[in-house]
Design a binder for this molecule. Structure first.
Ligand code: SF4
Ligand code: SF4
Length: 288
């Protein structure tokens, strides 16, 4: 099988799950889908950006080779270039985005369900990809599901972890970062990311950008800034995203609201991901 055929097959494993798997559900009475049609990107385990992240984010951040070696210590002779990073973007549905656009302080019920049950579906998808590849003889691991994965503190960015799926998606040609720290993808910023590292030869997806903030209008032409006004707690300013303020709102205040209002043990917010020019596509000046 050629590299392109293999890439198409991997892409189909992911898309087929999102289209048909019962786990892709908001778990509401009508069993509405959590995620719309995804996009998929690949990068090489030898991409120099993965080494760069060790300096940029922190020395704790894994390269693909590190998490692969931790997971498969008995497999020898594997070099970074033998590995592929598979990433996908799961876009929120129009119904979920429409509900959250109307909110001013706390997330809508659909958004909370996507954050909780949609992320469970994403976990299921990560496991599904690993199992499907393993069944074909390819060794694979989902870094964020690894027992070695942990949260860390970045000297430069504060809250971090040993594997950032948004950064892997950036390397894999799927988007650039916005003022609010979210990844702006061709399907917009209202989405979740998933990733798997595999011992297989896949063609890297071209990165149609030269700067890590290229798609954000605030950085590209000094306009927009709409996400600042959407944040109910002032966590986004011209200086960027205050992770601690955001964390307190998403994980404490909004979590209490989700429990009291919807009876869901969850969290979320996403106000800065909806009702903004980069919500559903790469924004242009006409969107502002
Ligand atoms: S809303 Fe505007 S300023 Fe904020 S991330 Fe999107 S494009 Fe950038
Ligand atoms: S997720 Fe909510 S609290 Fe966090 S930056 Fe976005 S709007 Fe603000």
């Amino acid at each position: 099988m050629s590299r392109c055929e293999l890439a198409a097959q991997v892409e189909e494993i992911i898309k087929d799950f999102v289209r048909h798997h019962p786990d892709n559900s908001l778990k509401d009475p009508s069993n509405e889908k959590a995620w719309d049609e995804p996009i998929v990107g690949f990068s090489s385990g030898a991409d120099e950006l993965y080494e760069f992240y060790k300096d940029h984010i922190g020395p704790f951040h894994w390269t693909p080779h590190e998490i692969f070696s931790l997971t498969f210590p008995d497999v020898s002779g594997v070099s970074p270039k033998d590995l592929a990073v598979i990433c996908w973007i799961l876009p929120q549905t129009e119904a979920t985005k429409a509900d959250n656009r109307k909110e001013r302080i706390y997330p809508s019920e659909r958004w909370v369900r996507a954050r909780v049950f949609g992320e469970e579906a994403n976990e299921s998808l990560r496991r599904h990809v690993v199992e499907a590849l393993s069944a074909q003889g390819y060794k694979a691991v989902a870094p964020v599901l690894s027992p070695f994965w942990s949260r860390e503190t970045s000297p430069r960015f504060g809250r971090a972890s040993r594997w950032s799926e948004r950064h892997a998606a950036y390397v894999s040609g799927l988007g650039t970062f916005g003022l609010c720290d979210g990844l702006i993808t061709p399907l917009g910023k209202a989405m979740r990311v998933g990733s798997v590292v595999a011992l297989m030869d896949l063609p890297p997806t071209p990165r149609p950008y030269s700067d890590h903030r290229q798609y954000c209008l605030f950085f590209s032409d000094g306009t927009c800034g709409k996400c600042m006004g959407r944040c109910p707690v002032g966590a986004i300013t011209k200086e960027g995203h205050d992770k601690e303020k955001c964390y307190q709102h998403v994980h404490v205040a909004a979590a209490a609201y989700a429990k009291a209002k919807f009876g869901i043990d969850g969290l979320g917010c996403g106000l800065c991901q909806t009702g903004v020019p980069c919500e559903s596509h790469i924004p242009t000046a006409e969107d502002v």
